[in-house]
Design a protein around this ligand. Sequence first.
Ligand code: NAG
Length: 234
Amino acid sequence: MDLGVFAFLFPAASFSRCKQEDGNCLLEAITATFRNFYKGVPEIGLVQLDPLRIDKMDIVQGDGPINIVLNFRKVDLTGFQQAEIKKASGFTPNPTKMELDLLVPVVSLIGGYKINGKVLILPIQGEGSSNMTMANCDISLKWTGKLVEKSGKQFYQIDKFKMHFDTTRFYMDFTNLFNGDKALGDNMNVFLNDNWQDILKELKPAIAEAFKQIFESVIGNVFSKVPYSELYLA
Ligand SMILES: *[C@@H]1O[C@H](CO)[C@@H](O)[C@H](O)[C@H]1NC(C)=O
């Protein structure tokens, strides 16, 4: 059987298709989607991926050395145009578990923030614009689900969704900390970046949870809009 790559990769339907077990073809095809269709494909429910607009995202870290409420509003996640797919599995005719691993050279989250709390004993407070950037961001997305029938057609419905990530460097830049006290704010930014490894370790589960919801919604949106078999070329 000739299972095509996702048809949405190639709305013009003029590209080569992948054989069902041709993993390399699938990797290249999904990578090409990020390169060429990062602005989104509304007909199939694929939102713009780069920048990916996030209206609201909250990182709440309640215990341990870091105790913060970090609210982001109207932030843009950038960098996914350069995503390289490392692994794609489970894209079978009768899918249950699926997995996508991607490597993004530079991911930045840019936009408005508000922070309150304590970071490694130092109080932190501020509201302004922020830039959180990760280099060599390794992202693993795994989900389970099944085909369900809706108005006579089979759609893939996500059940459980998991997200893990790692990075070789985490940069933070918060403007207007401490009501605009520049000396305090500059010191805090230096402190945060000097301690990025400890901070990332503490914040990782909260960051992963926030991004999990975003990626689940992006992927789930496509699956709920297009019958599963129509995602592939016939
Ligand atoms: C965000 O921070 C990174 C790392 O410091 C930097 O390379 C990038 O230019 C910054 N982006 C913006 C929009 O300021």
